[in-house]
Design a protein around this ligand. Structure first.
Ligand code: EPU
Length: 470
């Protein structure tokens, strides 16, 4: 009889050792994935350097190949050459639904490139709350796109076209959403006239997108008041672009170094993109020194909590720095308050930290200075953490990417062994996490274990979708 037991990969970590050494911050996931989509605007070749070999880039490359992109990827060298001379299709298959947040950006990128209907499955990504795409859809519709959401049996898809072409207009975003800003910029590049986005996101990855698009042929300005002007164009050029280092990964290693009482030089960490983070590190007594080609993070004596930390859009404290920072606060004396204002549901991971010995309590109210848009809703989006606490090893299943790193960090602090599963989340966003951890001296092993057999799958989404089209 066939062996139906599934195998799964796990990390075994026995903590208590300071992380020491040098680690390189890889290219930013949240930049290269958008640049790949942006390259679809034109039929010209783009060459990207410093491309991380991570799951989200693999998925985005697959997605782009599906619609006609030719790809030459030197994974070792981190060089990715792409060119989409012609679109093969504008139907994004259902299998890409749920994989990441990229498919929805295809609408903005392809509206100016094809008269065919663009079909994009429901968008996925880490579960951090409902993560709607209403700002994207509203903005694209204001630019002249016709977009309809049609429900299939269980899943749905967006059907979009711009048969009359797109026309630049004023878009005011209700919130400076990263994805909605990107989608609107992409659509604005091929719209007639000028598109103005007010209350736009201005994250460094958005600035990178603008820089890339300028090389590609677009004329875009970014004002200090979150206003972006895009002048439509159809004239494009070949581009070479180096992906910025990942500021989330850089900060993650920095926090792990300080929490474990170690010393790690994060090669490539960019000072200008980590200003807010470094201020908070200094506030809790963590050590860092900005060098020419990176930032060294080190333990500089006992950490002091007693801070109030609020996540925010750039230039505020990133929501993706929040999870490892909470682990850092478990190692800082006193009571600290953390208020998550970007996502309503990004504290679920703390339950496992509490099981590991952390003293964390969640609150529905906005704790601290600012009242955010989640006030008086049922979401637990503030927390109080008391330190210092000794963390214990645990059996952990990773629920999302950034929670995943915080568990790895907590496991490097706990003396007992932790067994971490759900590694595909980590593989999506952290290049060579295991070998980097090992090189920094962590007591870590990546291995495969057998799982209990799973129940037989129902009809696949692919099948349902195909049936619904008939
Ligand atoms: N929002 C809406 N409607 C929309 C769009 C967003 O209500 O149409 C809300 C979201 O629900 C959320 C907030 O606005 O509460 C911010 O969402 P945003 O659109 O800015 O986020 P995103 O583009 O979906 C990107 C990153 C996230 C990062 C956020 C915030 C990518 C692929 N993802 O998501 O990164 O947390 O910006 O900076 O770029 C990660 O890398 O692990 C990650 C989750």
């Amino acid at each position: 009889m066939a062996d139906t037991r599934k195998k799964k990969e796990i990390l075994k970590i026995s903590g208590g050792k300071p992380l020491q050494g040098v680690v390189k911050a890889s290219g930013a996931k949240n930049s290269i994935t958008k640049l790949l989509v942006a390259s679809l605007l034109s039929d010209k070749r783009s060459t990207f350097y410093n491309v991380p070999c991570i799951g989200d880039v693999e998925v985005t490359v697959d997605l782009c190949k599906e619609i006609g992109m030719e790809v030459d990827w030197d994974k070792e060298g981190g060089v990715l050459q792409v060119q989409t001379k012609e679109l093969r299709t504008s139907y994004i298959p259902q299998r890409f639904s749920g994989s990441n947040r990229i498919p929805i950006l295809m609408i903005g990128a392809l509206l100016g490139r094809t008269d065919e209907e663009i079909i994009v499955p429901t968008v996925g990504g880490c579960f951090l709350g409902p993560r709607p795409v209403d700002f994207h859809i509203d903005a694209l519709q204001k630019l002249g796109a016709s977009i309809e959401y049609r429900r299939m049996k269980r899943e749905g898809a967006y059907f979009a076209h711009a048969h009359e072409g797109l026309k630049g207009t004023l878009i005011t975003l209700p919130f400076p959403s990263v994805g909605a800003t990107e989608n609107t910029i992409l659509a604005g590049v091929t719209a007639r006239g000028t598109t103005v986005i007010k209350n736009a996101a201005i994250e460094p990855e958005i600035v990178e997108l603008i820089l890339y698009l300028q090389k590609l042929g677009a004329c875009i300005t970014l004002d200090v008041d979150r206003t972006i002007h895009i002048q439509g164009t159809r004239r494009f050029y070949e581009v070479e672009h180096t992906v910025i280092p990942d500021r989330i990964e850089a900060a993650s290693w920095g926090m792990a170094a300080i929490a474990t009482k170690g010393k790690v030089f994060v090669e490539g960490a960019q000072h200008q993109n980590m200003l807010t983070f470094l201020n908070r590190v200094r506030e809790v007594g963590g050590g860092f020194q900005v060098k020419n080609n990176g930032i060294e993070f080190f333990y500089d004596g006992p950490l002091q909590g007693g801070i109030h930390l609020e996540t925010d859009v750039h230039p505020g404290f990133m929501t993706d720095w929040q999870q490892p920072f909470v682990v850092l606060l478990t190692q800082a004396s006193g009571t600290s308050v953390v208020h998550e204002t970007v996502y309503e549901n990004r504290f679920g991971y703390t339950e496992t930290l509490v099981e590991m010995g952390a003293d964390i309590t969640l609150f529905r109210q906005c704790l601290g200075g600012k009242t955010c848009r989640f006030n008086s809703q049922a979401h637990a989006h503030s927390l109080i953490v008391n330190g210092t606490t000794t963390l214990r090893g645990a059996k952990i299943t990773i629920p999302d990417l950034r929670a995943g790193f915080s568990y790895v960090m907590a496991a490097t602090l706990a003396k007992e062994e932790s067994i971490i599963s759900g590694l595909t989340f980590l593989d999506r966003g952290y290049e060579n996490l295991y070998s980097k951890l090992k090189a920094l001296g962590a007591n870590v092993e990546r291995t495969t274990i057998e799982e209990a057999p799973l129940p037989i799958a129902e009809t696949s989404l692919e099948e349902q979708f195909a049936v619904s089209f008939q």
